[in-house]
Design a binder for this molecule. Structure first.
Ligand SMILES: [Zn+2]
Length: 56
């Protein structure tokens, strides 16, 4: 499961792995592209260097 912030929901939403459309490796970070239950497409960065203040 993946927790992301959806602007359309204006809240954190919990997505299953099936909602992840792409996984890209950039530097030491993973960029996940996802589709929310409402249809909104967004991306989310994760990884050991990701600061907690990352704007998603
Ligand atoms: Zn949403």
């Amino acid at each position: 499961m993946l927790s992301v912030h959806c602007p359309r929901h204006a809240a954190e939403v919990l997505l299953s792995e099936r909602r992840i459309t792409r996984i890209a490796h950039e530097d030491d970070q993973l960029t996940l592209e996802w589709v929310c239950w409402c249809g909104y497409r967004g991306s989310h960065r994760t990884g050991r260097r990701a600061p907690r203040s990352t704007i998603v």
